[in-house]
Design a protein around this ligand. Sequence first.
Ligand code: SF4
Length: 74
Amino acid sequence: MGDFPKFQKRVKAFLNGTFTPEDEIEFKRLFCSDCNFFKPGEDEELCCSCFLILKKLVTGGHITLKEISDALKK
Ligand code: SF4
């Protein structure tokens, strides 16, 4: 599953349509779960610039979650 096991587990719910990028909390948990600074339920509204860049790229349609997931498996 590579270096981002929690991302790969959570991304399945997005790829099958259970969640969308508009679901703010689940979207944050998707990208932050593998981060050492992430504590579920605690300060989840705080965002680093890396997260914000990824969010902009995905929600802007520049890169898909499937492309990210596939790239991380290589
Ligand atoms: S916003 Fe950035 S620093 Fe914070 S948990 Fe997510 S990836 Fe980690």
